[in-house]
Design a protein around this ligand. Sequence first.
Ligand SMILES: [Zn+2]
Length: 388
Amino acid sequence: MKINENTAIQNLMDLLAAKGPSGGEGPVAEVVKEKLLSAGCDPKWIRENVGKKKLPKEFTLGNLIVKIPGTIKAPRIMFSAHLDTVPICQGAVPIRKGNLIAPKGKTGLGGDNRASVAAVVTMAQTILKNDLPRPPITLLFTVGEENGLHGAKAFEPSEGGNPAMCFNLDGSGERGGVIGALGAIRWVAKIHGKSTHAAVSPEGGVSAVIIAANAIADAKAKGYFGRIDKGAIKGTANVGSIRGGEADNQVMDSLTVTGECRSHNPASLQKISNAWKTAFEKAARGVKNNAGECGSVEFITDSDYRSFKLKASEPVVKCFLKAAPRAGRKAYTQVINAGLDANILNEKGIPTITFDAGNHHAHDLNEYVDIPRYLEACELATVLATEV
Ligand SMILES: [Zn+2]
């Protein structure tokens, strides 16, 4: 079944022009709803604002979930795409330049992830307008992906009718089916020292900044900063922010350092995180004042998302590989170094593969959507929904 290319491109233009920063996806969700309703979607199939209570307080909207009844007896499948775009894309005006869509002014485009949203919408319109034979299909439009996979984390499989598999559309650049991605831990080190007058009694103070400096230098010297490749332990680590201190004439007694670690291997990830914890604790014990008092540290970790790797035997992988060539795409899979809604959906027990919808240079002023590649994604989604 061929999609209507003009409609597909119009969908993309309309969705790119809609506002929708992370936590403020209302306008773009409205455009999605209007398009589905005008294609014959029953309002009863739509659930809005799902999972709102589990989202950060400032979020104005929850996930948008659409459950399209099947016409054949088969397990339910799901398509997902995040609605939000990053701050650099706010105010984007999309314009067509030959086979590309680019931003008119100095903004990003928001093709991450509106190209994906548009492809899912185009697929749904195609099957509804032509009443194509299909299994029950869930569309999951998540909120707040860019600032922490919030919508996916708030989603419960039962809200989507417990789908057997999911095709997530996202990403930047041309990719195969993403069957694996890394996991990440965010950490916060709260360092406590002792404040004294910096000139009258510096010996009596315990400086939190010296503890932080020693800890970071120690972790770096041991190979736990930047790209980490220590035999079995592989991944990355970064220090993202340092905040502390009150006055120049006061020994700094409190300082907070934040950072992250990432790895494809859960054991490696834990070891990297532990190495940072050890470095801070050792540094806190090592900085003492003239009374022998040392500093202390609270090292708090939060599992941002877990790594996953789908087996080649998974039905979702087989379906993708079978469908890709029918939509003009090469059939291959790959593993990437980033976190996606798919990390969370896989963690929640829904085998999820991710493919791109033709967006390039995400989070960048040079962002653009390649129209032929986008149309392939619309076609691929339609083949997945109706033929495999
Ligand atoms: Zn994205």
